[in-house]
Design a protein around this ligand. Structure first.
Ligand SMILES: Cc1ncc(COP(=O)(O)O)c(C=O)c1O
Length: 387
């Protein structure tokens, strides 16, 4: 039967960290204490307000499809959020509710990418991006980035690497795995460079809200003709609910709605009702408490990783990751991650999950564990590297 699998699947990669996660679960079943710093999701439970709204809706029992583009109340609430948070006026019609940012990527590339066209993105970056591009017959142009541009693409890099087949540019800020943020002026220049070349600009803003310095502007502040990918998963702490959104340029509204009808019918209805509660003042206050906790954890982990001899080229300004250079200890970060898990029960993500650029000498630590748990993890890490 194997010969029946579509050819495109040979290019689709899985996460190396899943291998580690599976092993971590096995070890846990054997009674080992494993500290999870590999997982890209907040360790906090769904906020109570959100949970209550979702449960109320489910109890009423009338769980039907919504419109393909999502509940109009939720689209309006998101539009209001853009007004309040970013000072951006956005027509709710341009917002489509999707099964997470992942669904938003499917729609965004589905309506804009032709086979043979390429999308430029930073290396390292979130691994699924490349697979979404491949799914639509496109090609990823990975551009190696470093501390010089805070691990982000900028106007200059875009101009330098643009080629005939380039359809657009994807920027994630704050980024996964580095947690770095693109400067406002650079974001503006990047959008300009894409616009003068007649391409598409995709802004992955999933980690917006989880920033530890000044709040970030949305790409929508600089242009209406951009795709913005966002989600309730990270800042709003709703990973498993599978609800996110996509903002499309006006010209793409009909196409995106048509594609959503076909590939999703609609996003999970109870999750949309739950998400409506995410904007209440009580929930926003809870999210702020969580953000401050993440900030404490970032500072704690950053200081301690440096103390142990890891190098971090840019102190992360957002998300919940630290991308650390482990070249003082190993030239094979995958083996390092495997051994750290086996010997000390600490799970981290090896660099090769995020691309090719210096992947062998980098590890991503997620501070999605409490300071107490991270203290134990650091003791074990210190013992491991001093061996
Ligand atoms: C940068 C980035 N974009 C998108 C996603 C997808 O998130 P979701 O589909 O849960 O909204 C993730 C998840 O880790 C991510 O890190």
């Amino acid at each position: 039967m194997h010969q029946l699998i579509a050819h495109r699947m040979s290019g689709i990669t899985s996460f190396y960290v899943m291998e580690l996660l599976q092993r971590a679960k096995q070890l846990e079943q054997q009674g080992r204490d494993i500290i999870h710093m590999e997982i890209g999701e907040p360790d906090f439970a769904t906020p109570t307000e959100v949970l209550a709204a979702g449960s109320r809706f489910l109890k009423a029992g009338d769980v039907k499809y919504t419109a393909a583009a999502g509940l109009s109340e939720l689209r309006r609430s998101i539009a209001e959020y853009y007004q309040q948070e970013y000072g951006v006026k956005l027509a709710p019609q341009r917002i489509l509710i999707t099964p997470g940012a992942s669904g938003a990527f499917l729609l965004a590339f589905g309506v804009s990418l032709n086979p043979g066209e390429s999308i430029m993105m930073a290396d390292p970056c979130y691994p699924c991006n490349d697979n979404f591009v491949r799914l639509f017959g496109g090609e990823t142009q990975f551009i190696p980035v470093d501390a010089g541009s805070r691990y982000q693409l900028d106007g200059q890099l875009i101009a330098k690497h643009w080629r005939e087949t380039t359809k657009g540019v994807l920027i994630a800020s704050p980024a996964n795995p580095t947690g770095t943020v693109i400067a406002d002026a650079e974001l503006q220049k990047a959008i300009q460079q894409v616009s003068i070349r007649g391409g598409c600009f995709y802004a992955d803003e999933i980690y917006h809200g989880l920033v530890y310095g000044d709040p970030l502007p949305s790409a929508l502040r600089y242009s209406d003709d951009v795709f913005v990918i966002n989600s309730f998963s990270k800042f709003f702490g709703m990973t498993g609910w599978r609800v996110g959104w996509l903002v499309v340029p006006e010209a793409f509204v009909d196409a995106a709605e048509k594609l959503a009808q076909n590939i999703f019918i609609s996003t999970s209805t109870h999750s949309q009702y739950a998400a409506l509660a995410a904007f209440s003042p009580e929930n926003r206050a809870e999210l702020e408490r969580r953000r401050l906790e993440f900030k404490l954890r970032r500072d704690f982990l950053y200081d301690n990783l440096l103390r142990l001899g890891f190098k971090v080229a840019c102190k992360p300004e957002g998300a919940f990751y630290i991308y650390a250079d482990c070249s003082a200890f190993t030239g094979d970060s995958f083996q390092f991650a495997r051994d750290l898990l086996e010997e000390e029960g600490v799970a981290v993500t090896p660099g090769k999950d995020f691309g090719y650029n210096q992947a062998q000498t980098h590890i991503r630590f997620a501070y999605t564990a409490s300071i107490d748990r991270m203290t134990t993890a650091l003791t074990r890490l210190e013992r491991f590297i001093c061996r």
